[in-house]
Design a protein around this ligand. Structure first.
Ligand code: FES
Length: 155
């Protein structure tokens, strides 16, 4: 375990499981991300060392797919839609309220990694604008106050 608490030994069973499967980059990265919540540099180096995949190949895949994260994320993920319909219905106010209340910036997390705020562009439900998602739960026609309240009610 290193000084950031990254125990690369946890990767061993995964790397053993996939050692005979050439090109299993995506499942290896998915399983690694399940362990750490993101793909720490230490884990990427360990995967490269033990799997025979090159580090550039690993980062190529990890940066191409939106499902992979190279930075730690909060325990709760808040998405605010800022597509056109949501934007004109007040999405910027939602973003500002969450940023101010939870001490974070869109695209980032608060210092304790309780919350991560991400902006998305049109969730296909413009009739419910403005929309936010908290951990995949949809909140339509939401306001700054109710969104902040919902987030505060999370455990
Ligand atoms: S713009 Fe937000 S759901 Fe379409």
């Amino acid at each position: 375990m290193d000084d950031r608490g990254i125990d690369v030994g946890l990767l061993e069973p995964i790397l053993l499981e996939y050692q005979s499967q050439k090109g299993a980059v995506i499942p290896i990265l998915q399983r690694a991300q399940d362990i750490y919540g993101y793909l720490p540099e230490e884990a990427m180096n360990e995967i490269a060392k033990k799997s025979g995949l090159s580090i550039s190949q690993l980062y190529g895949v990890a940066t191409f797919y939106a499902q992979f994260h190279l930075e730690p994320r909060g325990r709760h993920i808040i998405h605010v839609c800022d597509g056109t319909a949501c934007h004109v219905s007040g999405a910027p106010k939602l973003v500002q309220a969450v940023e101010e209340e939870f001490n974070l910036e869109a695209g980032g997390s608060d210092p304790d990694y309780q919350y991560t705020l991400e902006i998305v562009y049109c969730l296909g439900s413009c009739g419910l604008a403005p929309i936010a998602l908290i951990d995949e739960q949809v909140y339509g026609n939401t306001t700054s106050d109710s969104l902040v309240k919902q987030i505060k009610e999370l455990d």
